[in-house]
Structure formats: C-alpha cells, structure tokens
Design a protein around this ligand. Sequence first.
Ligand code: DLL
Length: 434
Amino acid sequence: MDYFQKELETMSADQKFVLQSEKLVKAVKYVYENQKPYREKMDAIKLKPSDIKSIKDLPKLPFVTKQDLRDSYPFGMMAASRRDLVRLHASSATTGKLTVSGHTQHDIDAWSECAARSLVMAGADRESIVHVSYGYGLFTGGLGMHYAAEKLGAVCVPASAGNTQKQIQLLVDFGADIICCTPSYIIYLTEEMERMGLKPGVDIKLKGGCFGAETWTEEMRADIEKRLGIRACDIYGLSEICGPGVASDCQYKTGMHFQEDHYFPEIVDVNTLEPIGYKEEGELVITTLDREGMPLLRYRTRDIASLNNDPCPCGRTTVKLNKITGRSDDMLIIRGVNVFPSQIESVLLQNPNVEPHYHITVDRVNNLDVMEIAVELSPNFALDNVAGIENLQQKLKAEMASALSVGAKIKLVSPGTITRFEGKSKRLTDLRKK
Ligand code: DLL
C-alpha cells in the first residue's frame, strides 16, 4: 500500500482549489455563527462571511493567537455543543493556562485519517505492528498515533512513554516494524539497544518511524537512519489544530506533505504578518477547513518554517512543509544575534566525536550575554586524551562562532551524563529570564 487515501493525497491543483474553497466558505460561516470571539474579530473589521468566496480570500481573515485561546479558557473557542464534543486535549503550557482543544467524532476521524497517511508514508500497512511510545493523555502524541494505527488496520502497541527496558523487550518480543516517538527518545532507545548488544534487522525488526513533537535536524535524522537502518520520517502537528499528522515525510523526504484537504497552511512574514512565497521562511499559520469542535481560522502557530511546492517522486501533490527550524518563542537573542537551538544541533552533529546529547545554558554576566553548550563526547573518544579534548573544544568553538555569528563556550562532558528524555526534550536553560 503506497497511499492511505490516494484520491485525496494526489488531487490536481484545480481539484484542490475547488475543495479547499468550498470548505473554507462553509467554515467561515460556521465559525461566524458559532464562535463568539472570532465573530467579534470579524465584526471589528466589518468583514462578513459572504466576503469570503474562495481560498484566495483567506488573507482577508483576522488571525487567532495562542493568547486568544488562553483568554477564552477553557471552552470559549468551542463551536460545537457539549453534546457533539467527544474528546478534549490540552497542551501543557510553560507559563499560564493550558490551551484546550475540543473534538467531535468527525474531527477525530479526520485527524486519524491524516495520521494514518503519515504511518503509510513511514512504511506501514495493514500487516504492520505499530509501537507507540509517545505519551498517552492530554498530550496528543499517544492517542493520535494510536487511533491512526487502528484506522489503518495495523496492530497497535500502546506502550506510551517511559520504562525504556520494557519498551525494548516489547520491541524485541512483538517485532514491531514501525515506531512512533520523539526524535530524542529514539536516540535514547537506540543507545540502550546498542548497549544491550541488540542488532537492528536481527533482534529489532523496525523499518520506519514517525518522529516529531520537537525540532530536530537532518544530521539527527542521518544518525538515526544509520544506527537503526530505518526510514526516519518527520511528523508535525499541534494540539490546537489536532495533533500528530498535520504534515509528515514520505520516503523521499522532500518536505512534510501537508494534509491540506483538512488543514490549510500559510507562511507569513514575522514582522509584517503578510503571506510570503514558497521557500521563504516565516511563521506558519494554519486554518482548519472542516473542523467542528474547535475550528481555527488563521491560527498563528509560532513555528518558523517554509513551504515548498516542488513535485515529489511519491506522486502526492500536497504542498510540503520544510523542517521546522524553531519557534519564534524559542529563538534566543544572544548579544543581538538571533540563534535557534537547531543551528547549534546542526553544528554538533556534523562532528563524529560528539553525541546528539547536549544542553544550552544562557546567562548574563556583567551585562553581557554568555552561552555555554555542554555536549557529550562519543564513547569512542579516549577521556584521558587531554590534548585531543582541547583540540576538539577549539574546533567546535570555531565552527559554532562561524555558524551562529556569535561566540559560545563549549563544555565537553563524559558519555551518559546529559539527561535523557522520554517525551519532548528540554535542552535550554535561559538564566536571563530569572
Ligand atoms: O507535539 C503533537 C505531536 C505529537 C506532533 C507527536 C508530532 C508527534 P503540542 O504538544 O501541542 O503537540 O506541541 C506542538 O510542538 O507547535 C511545534 O513547536 C512542536 N512540534 C511538533 N511537531 C514538530 C516537528 C504535539 N515535527 C508544538 N518538528 C508545535 C518540530 C514540532 N517541532
């Protein structure tokens, strides 16, 4: 099976335009009638639902922000009645209130179909055993991929996050061919499997994985693919829209196929908020085209990325989301220079002498920003090779300065000393915010 829903994944540009336009016109009317905070936004600019005639009119609509969701906590953005809602999810907020997301049965079905398309792109079919190590609960990773696996008709192993030894035992005993977890967790699992002497292809039968929920780089992908011998697909999503499966990689990795029959992407300039062209980087804005529970028109995700519309050898005609490079709110400003943690990861992982385990600490000393990057040495690197360690430190320092245009202190630490994560990783401590 190459596609889960071929007719929707390979629509012509004209078919797509008609479908998206019809859905948008309906969605705007529905939102205007059922979502008071958005109706007020439209009234404030004297925009009527009848002003939206096709998908081309999308930029006329006002944005929705995370703050709007917080202001209407918990249920102010729900457009469906309590009777029709079947599930709530919520995203853990680092500050303030949770952002709540409500779904009707229709919404769960649409989301599960999109995430099932992602599983197929990672190599799954009805015969697959899909091991889900994303956390189950308010976080959408676990339940999202679980329903996707069942929608596909595969066998789902709802392992959830944590208990790494048991996860490995299940992988060996059940022989799962597809795994779903964060990129940082697959690295952790791989390390443990290597330590236990388990061989990919022999003891571990994995062929592919859907890895997302956090930013990761091409270097990390190459590392995972090499160590496990699998197809490592990026999968994007957010609880405000649905969860995992909004967009994901196929085997060709030409960008993540965006499931634009349900979720429409735009990239806007971060300063002017005007839509920008393909391959230009800006903030990703998403419109749900047929969601009932909590429809969102022009939701500002804060994720920084670009789109591309190049043809993909897989035959899917959807627009593609290039790797997320960061969130506008995790961008660091170090002495006036914008730095994304993904740039740091990229430099580190190009060096075979260090491992993909690092932590960034930023502080202000005598009114000057200072950044320290602690990174684990590769287990093959002799810890008593003092001169070698010093050379490596200088090399990384120079590479970092050239890639980031700002200096950083490099601290090389022993293998296994940086905290591992079962869910989303936390690789940054910004002491300036205290
Ligand atoms: O992380 C949903 C998800 C679960 C996606 C499992 C993929 C796999 P939230 O907890 O609401 O939902 O966090 C959403 O995580 O706005 C991005 O900043 C980040 N994110 C999600 N996927 C990716 C990815 C889930 N593939 C937020 N690459 C989003 C980079 C990602 N960042």
